[in-house]
Design a protein around this ligand. Sequence first.
Ligand SMILES: [Zn+2]
Length: 109
Amino acid sequence: MKSSEMESDLYCITCTEETPHIITYVNGNLESVKCEECERTMKIQRNIMKEFYKEVYDRISTKPSRITKEYKEDLSGFLYKLPIRVMSKPYRVINDLNESRKVIKRFKQ
Ligand SMILES: [Zn+2]
């Protein structure tokens, strides 16, 4: 949430003249206009919480796509590593099986 204030001379309906006003912006959107003479504040009807949640949601919702992008970029690396993992495991299994057979054979005799 970014809040900023700006001062400007505006026509006030209470003072019935041009007076300095404090204009408040939240996230670059007009939030309120306050007359510095009579302190009359005109609030802009806008749901600040909705705006806040939208900002949070936008921040969260952009994250999964970033993760997916990183994952996709790493996919070539992942696929490169994958066959080694797949190949080494059956080899180890076969080796163990052969060892087991030898042990079983020995015990059978
Ligand atoms: Zn005023």
